[in-house]
Design a protein. Sequence first.
Length: 85
Amino acid sequence: MTTSQTIPAGAGTLILTPNFREPGKRYFRDFSPGDDFYEALIDMHRDLSDEQSERVNARLILLLANHIGDITVLREAMRLARDAR
């Protein structure tokens, strides 16, 4: 499976193509928004213990899952994440 595919997920679709953006901000390179996200993610973990980092990850997952809201999409994302071991 390539990253340019989307996975049909019943009522919703899991987006696997780069989909990062910030409203009102213009980027000169397609990968720049993803780089911004990665930097923010690393910053979120800075100076945390492993246990604190795991708790922050768990809270972030729950917040984003609630924002997505589509259980079918979330199940597909969990399946893909687990299968990537």
